[in-house]
Design a protein around this ligand. Structure first.
Ligand code: SAM
Length: 271
């Protein structure tokens, strides 16, 4: 909840009472009653969130991140915003393009995107590619992208199962990109995908994946993946981690990978 100051225990009870009286004097009883209700509801909501998080960790249930739920949600999504509903500012998007996408995805290569959604990054990826394929669990995203990029003969779009890359040939991918997708995918599916990356990526191929780092502990409908489990999944399959960033600097501005301590990991299939 936005207004709750996490470290408010630094105020003594006497100070809190004094401040409470001042708030009452300045704002009146109705507003203060609403504030009290807001604080109480926030505390209850936080309790429920912690219980949900604990149950998910203890029992291994998928929470909101199963393949079936991802498919159902993204097929029903209104893609009118093209995915830019997750773009905090034009400056941020331009910086992702410049400092992440253009820095790591080489031009003239065979590019694979996982989860293009409404095609927020797809046009830029196609422009850099010699050939381009995208795989998405959602049929409606694939239909939308097929229409949106129908003028691009080198681009093709495939509906996937959510954990494999059927239809993508062995050793046929030089660069892999996925943004705002693996944040929602649980570890079991990430591990299955990582096996597939190893199969489809050529030696020396580069992968750029945006993913969660705290196992969903901060909300944001993030999956159970942590930074450690994501890196280990790649390292166990022999990938080299090039870098893994929470934020980066661009012309004096610090940009973040995402809202919930998301990370962008760049990795390489060893030659
Ligand atoms: C939040 S949207 C992001 C779309 C786009 N990448 C962007 O940044 O705007 C998540 C996308 O990932 C796709 N997706 C979710 N789970 C997936 C999975 N297991 N495999 C492939 N695609 C998946 C959804 O269908 C949707 O297109």
């Amino acid at each position: 909840m936005k207004d709750i100051v996490e470290n408010r225990q630094r105020l003594s009870l006497a100070s809190k009472l004094r401040i409470g009286l001042l708030v009452l004097k300045e704002n009146g009883p109705l507003w203060c009653a609403c504030l009290g209700g807001y604080y109480a509801a926030s505390a209850v909501a936080d309790r429920f969130f912690k219980s949900m998080d604990g149950i998910r960790r203890r029992t291994g249930i998928p929470g909101m991140n199963s393949k079936a739920l991802n498919k159902a949600i993204w097929e029903a999504w209104d893609w009118g915003g093209g995915g830019d509903e997750w773009t905090p500012s034009d400056e941020w998007k331009a910086s992702v393009m410049k400092c992440v996408l253009e820095r790591h995805i080489p031009t003239g290569t065979r590019v694979l995107e996982i989860g293009p959604g409404g095609g927020r990054w797809t046009g830029a990826l196609i422009a850099r590619s010699a050939s381009f394929t995208a795989v998405d669990i959602s049929e409606s995203c694939v239909d939308l992208c097929r229409k949106k990029f129908s003028h691009e003969p080198k681009a093709s779009f495939i509906v996937g199962s959510g954990s494999d890359l059927q239809g993508i040939a062995d050793s046929s991918v030089d660069a892999l990109w996925s943004f705002d997708v693996f944040v929602h995918i649980n570890l079991a599916e990430v591990q299955a995908y990582a096996d597939e990356f190893h199969r489809v990526m050529t030696p020396g191929a580069i992968g750029v994946i945006h993913h969660g780092s705290v196992g969903g502990a901060l909300g944001g409908w993030r999956s159970n993946v942590t930074h450690e489990s994501f890196l280990k999944t790649l390292q166990d399959r022999g990938f080299e981690i090039v870098e893994s960033v929470l934020e980066w600097q661009d012309e004096g501005t610090t940009h973040q990978a995402g809202l919930y301590k998301d990370v962008i990991t760049v990795f390489k299939r060893r030659s």
